[in-house]
Design a protein around this ligand. Structure first.
Ligand code: ATP
Ligand code: MG
Length: 352
């Protein structure tokens, strides 16, 4: 569905089409730099051009954190505070709690009747996440296995056209498109086929050199970390992913390529000249790891300072984040109920 809104400053009969976005995060912990460059930075831009709905997927977190309800409860609020701190505007773009809008569960149920199990079996992101659970001897629940489907329902419920996400989510968006196609073929054109939009950094690697900075892997710098914590974490950062080329002294020629510290410099240090100089000296054995890391600490703290200031202001208003979530969910529920009514009608789940 496309909405038409007046363009300010033009003739009142001129309208532009405004498309919808739904995107979200799991309340499994506080947000980190990977979320910022992989998703939030994109959301901040897009909230001016699209009708955005930002979802906190609490149902989805239950799939692998059912025994950690307190963590989920705290994280729902933490994620909302993180979103406010980076400058997302809940007046413009409702913040929605999945569980406050049970139509998300209802659409998930219908989609699970429509979707062959093999579509989930072959999903590479799901496969690798299930492997991680298995490696740590955790049970794979049906709820976890089904989460990509619940994500498809989240996106299609408000009929989103665009989904800004990190690279790991691309198979889920493809699945969403397949489900939309199958539903529309069977029951009539109800859903759009949404496009994915990957952020500036498709996947930020972890402090430990693992492929993805992740709340679950505890290899992250959080948006809520203070300056001292950032310094401590960066000082412990690996400089070599392979572990085969340890640099023992500042006079050893170092390797810049795929060096996590330099990868972070490229993403977070706006002083391009400084980064270039550090790289040159590193390769010639003319700079210590310590100096390269200290400059990264300074860049990261400069990046995080405005976020910290906004957070301090938000935390002065206890209960504000919870209010934002209630109001945003109420707004999305109106649209969700319209879609569900259409779906039930199309599926002939109306008994007269
Ligand atoms: P969990 O480990 O609990 O799944 P997560 O860190 O993967 O947590 P999600 O809530 O699953 O976070 O993902 C939220 C969004 O942030 C997704 O669009 C995801 O692609 C993006 N994202 C998460 N981590 C990174 C990262 N390291 N680099 C880029 N994007 C990321
Ligand atoms: Mg994830």
């Amino acid at each position: 569905m496309v909405f038409f809104v007046p363009v300010r400053g033009r003739q009142s009969e001129e309208y532009v089409a405004r498309q919808r976005i739904l995107t979200g995060m799991r309340p499994t912990g506080p947000l980190h730099l990977g979320h910022y460059v992989g998703a939030l930075e994109n959301w901040l831009e897009l909230q001016h051009e699209y009708d955005c709905y930002f979802l906190i997927a609490d149902y989805q977190a239950l799939g692998d954190h059912l025994d950690e309800i307190e963590r989920i409860r705290r994280s729902v609020i933490d994620v909302a505070v993180d979103w406010l701190s980076v400058g997302l505007d809940p007046e413009r773009s409702p913040f929605v709690v999945q569980g406050y809008v049970p139509e998300h569960a209802e659409l998930t149920l219908y989609f699970s009747m429509l979707t062959p199990k093999s579509w989930l079996d072959r999903n590479p992101t799901l496969k690798s996440e299930m492997q991680q659970l298995e490696d740590s001897h955790e049970t794979i629940t049906m709820g976890f296995f089904n989460y990509p489907l619940s994500q498809a329902a989240d996106i299609l419920l408000p009929k989103a056209n665009l989904v800004p996400v990190g690279e790991d989510q691309l198979p889920h968006i493809e699945l969403t498109r397949e489900i939309a196609r199958r539903f529309n073929r069977q029951y009539g054109e109800i859903f759009p086929e949404p496009q994915a939009k990957v952020g500036r950094v498709p996947r930020l690697l972890g402090l430990d050199g693992q492929a993805k900075m992740s709340k679950s892997l505890d290899n992250a710098i959080y948006l809520s970390d203070d300056a001292k914590t950032v310094q401590k974490k960066v000082r412990r950062m690996v400089t070599d992913i392979t572990g085969q080329n340890p640099r023992l002294s500042p006079t050893d020629p170092g390797i810049v390529e795929n060096n996590p510290v330099f990868l972070y410099h490229d993403v977070f240090n706006p002083d391009v000249e400084e980064v270039k100089d550090l790289k040159e000296r590193y390769e010639r054995g003319k700079v210590s790891d310590g100096e390269v890391k200290d400059k990264l600490v300074a860049a990261l703290n400069a990046f995080l300072d405005p976020i910290r200031e906004r957070r301090a202001q938000i935390l002065e208003r206890p209960g504000y984040a919870a209010e934002v979530l209630e109001e945003g969910s109420r707004r999305e529920r109106v649209i969700a109920q319209e879609t569900i009514a259409e779906v039930r009608e199309a599926m002939r789940l109306v008994y007269t």
